[in-house]
Ligand binder design. Structure first.
Ligand SMILES: Nc1nc2c(ncn2[C@@H]2O[C@H](COP(=O)(O)OP(=O)(O)OP(=O)(O)O)[C@@H](O)[C@H]2O)c(=O)[nH]1
Ligand SMILES: [Mg+2]
Length: 200
């Protein structure tokens, strides 16, 4: 649920990185954090276990500057992907303006990807949101791994992308596709926001 403050001309949008455990959600945020200049970002907050699994969420505030006369800010969150953190995932997803689904391209992770996508749908539905309505992009991460370990984008598309959501191949560890993905979701979110403003 974006916050639009007409008095201060500020817009704040919430983007949630969703996906199965170890698909690379936190790695996306780390890469973004490392690239964005100091004056455009706030402190990144990560609540993780000792083995680096996200325990609650990661949070990264970004300042996109002026868009249509509004100071525009994005708050990036990641959910914990491990199956038993369901309650936390629901909490973090609440009020999302857009979702980046980070899939793991490894062939052996296919079932986990499918289950996580179903979990996303169920959790959105529980919040009264149709997955076809909310801005959603899909990232096929870990495309840098050897080709005998991963599925190609067409196979992943068949398995996961039923609604023709924009998709991006990525290697978040080295940053390939990370900003393309962020730009993709930003465009969808801002387009929806401006359509909503037009309707008022
Ligand atoms: N080869 C490769 N490894 C990656 C890539 N992205 C992430 N990893 C590795 O995968 C592991 C898990 O990455 P995380 O970003 O912690 O995964 P996550 O999705 O946040 O996991 P949870 O917090 O448990 O849900 C780490 O060891 C990363 O270095 C990638 O694009 N390529
Ligand atoms: Mg994580």
């Amino acid at each position: 649920m974006s916050l639009v403050n007409y008095a201060t001309r500020e817009i704040t949008c919430k983007i949630v990185y969703y996906g199965p455990g170890r698909s690379g959600k936190t790695t996306n945020l780390h890469y973004i954090y490392g690239q964005v200049p100091e004056d455009r970002k706030g402190k990144m907050v990560s609540l993780a276990t000792q083995t680096d699994r996200t325990l609650f969420f990661d949070f990264l505030p970004l300042d996109l500057g002026q868009i249509s006369g509004f100071t525009t800010k994005f708050q990036l969150y990641t959910v914990p992907g491990q199956v038993y953190y369901q309650t936390t995932r629901k909490l973090v997803l609440q009020g999302a303006d857009g979702v980046v689904f980070v899939g793991d391209s490894q062939a052996r992770q296919l079932q986990e990807n499918i289950e996580s996508m179903q979990d996303l749908h169920a959790n959105l539905a529980e919040q009264g949101i149709d997955a076809r309505q909310i801005p959603l992009v899909i990232q096929y991460n870990k495309q840098d791994l050897p080709s005998d370990l991963i599925l190609g984008v067409p196979d992943l598309e068949d398995a996961l992308n039923f609604w023709g959501a924009p998709h991006f191949a990525a290697d978040a560890l080295h940053g390939h596709g990370v900003f393309e993905t962020l730009r993709g979701i930003s465009e969808l979110v801002l387009r929806k926001l401006s359509a909503g403003a037009g309707a008022r």
